[in-house]
Design a protein around this ligand. Structure first.
Ligand SMILES: *Cc1c(COP(=O)(O)O)cnc(C)c1O
Length: 366
């Protein structure tokens, strides 16, 4: 943490925001990540001045030197979070302090400066506030927020850059999976791994995603929605999907999720699910679970459900597991009495302000 106090935000409202009718048409069917709001946040950093020039302004392309470090050595990190509209008006963020902390941890791993956590929360809140007309009020809709930081120094030597640009953009979204919370199919990648011990698996950086694309493409070619990664050493322990953590639900009602060993992204949804499940009396174990065990437990019926979770999709039950070494399917509980559906409801009720906020997770923006 740089220790200096947060600079005040300068706001320059868009002189020609999207007209009401056009915005309404865009909000009617926003898809995921294709529609953007009128504004963006920028904050600059250099080693001499620290964080400065915090601005909320019209969203527009940015210019950078072709030698900017991010373009060559991928010094980049990001976050993913959502603003939810409340039924009676107003909007909330869900655990933004956890995103702020994770962003600082990712920064440290990529040798970038940590943005003070209060500045992170303020930056996101400012954007949600000025672009409040863009927050969907449709069921399952929300305003997806994408804070990120890139290295801007024009220098081809390999070293941490001396200047950085932090930005936040926002995108109204409907449901992540077009099919709704129907079971997804997953492909177990035997050719690729996502993260190795000592690597960047626990940091939210673009490079992890770039490297996961061939595995995701392989999954799509196999007719699956998502890829499942195994550990890089023994190639048997289930780690996570390309961008979602994973849980297993057993016939005794207990849950298992792979432990945060450094190669798994510490999901805030994962953490919230562990807390909510334990509060409802379920036993949750963070322990390694192998792909052979997954198949055996699915076949014996000991394993009742498997589901993936993350901010974008919330909770997605896993139906089919396709694997070169033998495919199998999960016998999912009935749609409305599965543990996945009940946890999904607890989580979304909290995010919508429809359930008591026992953990102080809900942060009111306006
Ligand atoms: C962001 C992300 C997740 C999910 O994290 P949430 O905080 O729950 O959204 C899981 N895995 C990877 C690789 C991610 O990048």
């Amino acid at each position: 943490m740089s220790g200096e106090s947060a600079p005040a935000f300068k706001t320059i409202p868009h002189h020609a925001p999207v007209a009401d009718a056009e915005r309404a048409a865009l909000l009617a069917n926003p898809d995921f990540g294709r529609v953007f709001t009128d504004h963006m946040v920028t904050i600059r950093y250099n080693t001499d001045a620290g964080w400065h020039d915090a601005t909320v302004e019209a969203r527009r392309p940015i210019t950078m030197d072709p030698a900017a470090a991010v373009l060559h050595y991928a010094q980049e990190i990001f976050e993913g979070m959502k603003a939810y509209s409340l039924e009676g008006g107003g909007a909330v963020l869900f655990r933004p302090d956890a995103n702020a902390r994770r962003f600082a941890n990712s920064a440290e791993r990529l040798a970038m400066p940590a943005l003070p956590e209060d500045m992170f929360i303020q930056s996101v809140s400012q954007l949600v506030s000025i672009d409040r007309a863009w927050i969907p009020t449709t069921p399952g809709g929300s305003l997806y927020l994408r804070p990120f930081m890139i290295a801007g120094e024009a220098f081809l030597g390999v070293k941490p850059a001396s200047d950085y640009l932090y930005m936040v953009i926002a995108s109204p979204v409907g449901s992540y999976f077009k099919s709704g919370p129907k079971p997804i199919s997953v492909w177990v990648s035997r050719s690729y791994t996502r993260a190795a011990p000592g690597g960047t698996g626990a940091a939210k950086c673009g490079g992890n995603y770039a490297a996961s694309l061939p595995a995701q493409a392989e999954a799509m070619r196999q007719g699956c929605d998502q890829v499942v990664f195994l550990d890089a050493i023994e190639r048997r322990w289930v780690e996570e999907l390309g961008g979602m953590n994973v849980f297993f639900v057993f016939d005794d009602g207990s849950l298992v999720t792979p432990p945060l060993s450094g190669t798994i992204l510490p999901g805030i949804t994962r953490d919230s699910i562990i807390t909510l499940a334990r509060a409802s009396g379920l036993d949750v174990r963070e322990e390694p679970y192998s792909i052979e065990q997954w198949r055996a437990d699915a076949e014996s019926g000991r394993l009742r459900e498997a589901f993936a979770c993350g901010t974008a999709a919330v909770i997605a039950p896993i139906g089919e597991v396709k694997d070169g070494a033998g495919s199998f399917s999960m016998a999912q509980g009935r749609e409305n009495d599965s543990v996945a559906q009940s946890l999904r409801r607890s989580l979304t009720d909290l995010q919508r302000g429809a359930a008591a906020d026992a953990y102080g997770w809900v942060h009111r923006v306006f």
